[in-house]
Design a protein around this ligand. Structure first.
Ligand code: NAG
Ligand code: NAG
Ligand code: NAG
Ligand code: NAG
Ligand code: NAG
Ligand code: NAG
Ligand code: NAG
Ligand code: NAG
Ligand code: NAG
Ligand code: NAG
Length: 725
């Protein structure tokens, strides 16, 4: 502190001196100078008060000259010989006004030595600590965080092997948690974090997002302006093509999501654990009773655990019977992602992910009949979990997850769910594809993990827009017009244009939802997604499906970015599929849709049903020799439950965006409908808390929010999930 102040006073004094010299030089005839001269001559008391030098150069002052010392046109150039440095005579070129050199390449210009990895690490760590305590940042924690990231970035680039260690040491220093090594070592998230920091624009938007998302130190930036001028190939048709006429032919479609099978589930282990997700593992314990299990894991699952194999197989046995598809199977199944259990990174591996993918897709193939399953990649279905890398990451990093896209696409082909063309698309597009069914419906699957805010590698470029700009390794859409800037949402837009041109209808499927309370996705990509949905709805996009939250939810999309939320402006609904896993504090469930279909028909829902298995039997703990497994039963039918709230909605009118908007209008009048929605959201779990007070308006608002930007703009936060303890 003292030395800092001393340095400051020195600097101040130096500045004053420099300022004074400046004045004197710039004003040689000022009265101040004359006055001071007079004063000095009085003080010295010399006989004369002035001396005028002769005009001729005093040639005797030097012995030798480069030019004629008697001429007056130019300055005299004496020849100077260095008396100490022997034989050195300074050349004319050194001082001639005609030959002023510009770059001295002779003398040394010393630089500090290259730092070793350990010196780089130590300096980075020390500098980040210095930044964290430097008072100059005041209370601007965001600037402090981004400055720290800058230091980390250069360490990550210059000494990548030090990156994970820096993450671990900073975790210890700032006391992030007690498992720093387990979480941030190179064998866990350390390598991913180092890649992100090395590639991200940490001084710009990326850095702000990283500090906002992971450390809560920056404010959430608002949606960046979108320039859609050349995004769409054609304007939205006006008038829209006439709606498809219902065929009267009914198809059954199954919607499964978030199985999260736990093959390491340990029957009898602590089910009510405080030791970290998932519970029901051998090391699980409750801190109230570390040595004795207080709630032994039953055979068929528990609220804080992932799905034991016995629960998945029970669901597979129940599905055909309950849905009446034992003989027929489903027309098709939609699987909206997440197969793998919620293990910490250091317990996962590629093999574990591939094992899970293989087990579950084979099981679905065997149990659900001949109809194909169209699946998407969930954020847990990867290793490291929740990571995807943009294909253009340099240094070979762009293909680091290709093993997974290849494995999935090949499995889907092996199960005979996808044709070759879609398999190729999936391999090149982060597991996303388009398939045109024989009946004319197109399924466009997306990897919406790319807009999940915890998929950190995604945040490495371009204002969070990376998700639609970073492209596939090969050009692969059916229109194939955009080799230069392809990306997930570019791919989606071009496929939708293709479908519109062909008069086909589309279902979009993804894992991470685009809206609801806005807490899962990024603002920018979902803001663009919303505009794309508007452009192609309702005439092309018939339905949108997501998973991820484990809960039974729904969000409506409106025209004009939801600036006028009304029945007339409702376009389409996105349906979040309930999870098979009971984690956390939920029952296990799945949905069936009955749709009207024939070639080029409407593909809107006529009926939707949700089934659930009540996990009430978990508490109090049961004996493990149970003779019967869980009972799955019909939980509700959308039409029966919400239809009465929309008088005049005919029995054959589809359960479309308009229907759901009218339900929300009824909810505004009658909060008991919100209560019903809330109960069903948790699959009638006994642990779902009632929705009252601000929750009522919030929930209606989430149902009306198809993008994070709209949710943040319009809704009261904090009521999105019913899983709170
Ligand atoms: C001096 O050297 C630098 C570095 O090589 C170069 O960029 C610059 O152009 C040089 N200046 C002149 C006038 O040659
Ligand atoms: C930061 O400090 C300024 C000025 O002292 C104050 O106005 C502002 O509210 C503070 N911000 C926060 C987030 O504390
Ligand atoms: C929007 O993009 C178009 C080209 O795609 C460009 O001509 C126009 O200037 C852009 N508008 C703004 C406001 O940036
Ligand atoms: C589960 O554990 C918590 C403490 O971690 C305790 O409060 C709660 O009562 C337990 N629940 C059951 C059903 O044992
Ligand atoms: C649990 O067991 C450990 C080791 O046997 C013992 O030290 C500890 O006191 C026990 N804790 C409780 C709460 O019984
Ligand atoms: C990847 O592509 C994006 C979008 O075109 C670009 O902004 C980014 O700089 C590229 N990254 C690399 C490493 O080339
Ligand atoms: C909102 O849309 C409805 C239906 O199109 C229209 O009647 C109403 O005037 C609009 N409201 C505003 C504020 O534009
Ligand atoms: C929903 O269905 C109703 C009844 O058939 C229809 O009038 C309305 O236009 C449909 N809404 C949308 C957004 O397609
Ligand atoms: C809401 O209640 C008001 C007053 O009772 C009624 O006029 C209106 O029709 C109701 N709206 C809906 C959507 O039920
Ligand atoms: C849509 O609305 C949200 C919320 O007001 C806003 O943040 C976003 O920028 C809007 N998007 C467009 C494309 O206008």
């Amino acid at each position: 502190m003292w030395s800092w102040m001393i340095l400051q006073s020195l600097l101040a004094a130096a500045a004053l001196v420099a300022g004074a010299a400046d004045v004197a030089e710039k004003s040689p005839t000022s009265s101040a100078k004359v006055t001071s001269l007079k004063i000095s001559s009085t003080i010295i008391n010399t006989p004369v008060s002035a001396f005028t030098a002769p005009g001729s150069f005093p040639t005797s002052m030097f012995t030798k000259y480069y030019n004629d010392p008697k001429q007056t046109a130019s300055q005299v150039q004496p020849v100077i010989k260095d008396p100490v440095e022997t034989n050195v005579v300074y050349p004319l070129s050194l001082t001639s006004p005609d030959t002023i050199p510009t770059n001295d390449t002779v003398d040394p210009h010393p630089l500090p030595p290259t730092a070793s990895s350990s010196q780089l690490f130590q300096a980075a760590f020390d500098q980040i600590i210095a930044i964290s305590t430097n008072p100059i940042f005041g209370n601007n924690s965001c600037a402090r965080c981004q400055a720290g990231l800058e230091v980390a970035k250069f360490l990550a680039m210059a000494s990548p092997e030090s990156g994970p260690e820096l993450a671990v040491q900073l975790c210890f220093h700032f006391n992030f948690n007690s498992a720093c090594g387990t979480q941030f070592s190179r064998l866990a998230l350390g390598s991913v974090i180092t890649q992100v920091i090395a590639n991200a624009n940490v001084g710009g938007y990326d850095g702000q997002m990283l500090c906002q998302n992971f450390l809560g130190l920056c404010p959430l930036p608002p949606a960046s302006p979108l320039n859609l001028t050349s995004w769409f190939a054609k304007p939205k048709p006006d008038p829209l093509p006439a709606p498809k006429t219902p065929s009267g032919k009914r198809l059954k479609v199954l919607h499964l999501s978030d199985i999260h099978i736990d093959p390491r589930y340990d029957t009898g282990a602590e089910a009510n654990c405080t030791s970290g997700s998932p519970c029901c593992r051998k090391p699980s314990f409750n801190s109230l009773s570390p040595n004795a299990t207080i709630s032994p894991a039953p055979r068929y699952g528990a609220f804080l655990c992932d799905t034991p194999i016995s629960l998945v197989t029970a669901a597979m046995e129940a599905i055909p019977v309950l849905t009446g598809t034992e003989e027929t199977g489903f027309a098709f199944t939609v699987y909206t992602g997440d197969l793998v259990s919620h293990d910490p990174d250091n317990q996962l591996s590629r093999s574990y992910v591939e094992y899970t993918e293989t087990l579950l897709y084979d099981l679905l193939r065997q149990q659900l009949g001949s109809g194909p399953t169209y699946a998407v990649l969930g954020n847990h279905d990867s290793y490291n979990q929740a990571q995807d890398a943009p294909h253009n990451l340099s240094g070979g990093l762009g293909t680091q997850f290709s093993w997974n896209y290849d494995h999935l696409a090949s499995l889907w082909q092996h199960e005979e769910w996808l044709p070759e063309s879609a398999v190729d698309l999936a391999k090149a597009h982060y597991a996303a594809f388009m398939v045109r069914r024989q009946d004319g419906l197109r399924i466009i699957s997306l990897n919406t993990d790319l807009w999940y805010k915890y998929v950190v590698l995604r945040s490495v470029a371009n204002n969070g827009f990376l998700t639609y700009r970073a492209g596939p390794t090969t050009s692969t859409t059916s229109t194939s017009t955009h080799r230069t800037t392809p990306g997930m949402l570019r791919f989606l837009t071009d496929e939708l244009q293709d479908a519109e041109d062909a008069g086909d209808r589309v279902w979009i499927i993804g894992h991470v939802l685009s809206g609801w309370d806005g807490t899962n996705p990024l603002v920018n990509p979902t803001n663009l997604f919303y505009q794309i949905v508007d452009r192609f709805s309702p005439h092309v996009i018939a339905n949108i499906f997501f998973g991820h939250t484990h809960e039974d939810q729904l969000s409506i999309f409106y025209a004009n970015n939801a600036t006028n939320i009304s029945a007339e402006n409702a376009l389409v609904a996105s349906w979040m599929g309930p999870s098979i896993t009971p984690g956390s504090r939920l029952n296990s469930g799945f949905r069936m849709y009955e749709i009207d279909s024939s070639v080029r028909s409407s593909y809107s829902f006529i009926f939707t049903f949700k089934f659930k298995s009540d996990l009430l039997f978990i508490y109090p703990p049961q004996t493990f020799e149970i003779e019967v497994g869980p009972t799955f039963a019909l939980e509700y039918s959308t039409r029966e439950t919400y239809g009465p709230a929309v008088p005049g909605w005919g029995p054959n009118d589809p359960l479309n965006g308009t229907f759901w908007h009218l339900v929300t209008e009824a909810m505004e009048n009658d909060s008991s409908i919100v209560s019903t929605f809330n109960t069903l959201q948790g699959k009638t779990s006994v642990l779902t808390k009632p929705c009252t007070g601000d929750c009522v308006a919030a929930k209606i608002c989430y149902i009306r929010s198809g993008s994070a930007a709209i949710a943040f703009q319009n809704c009261i936060p904090g009521f999105g999930s019913v899983q709170g303890g």
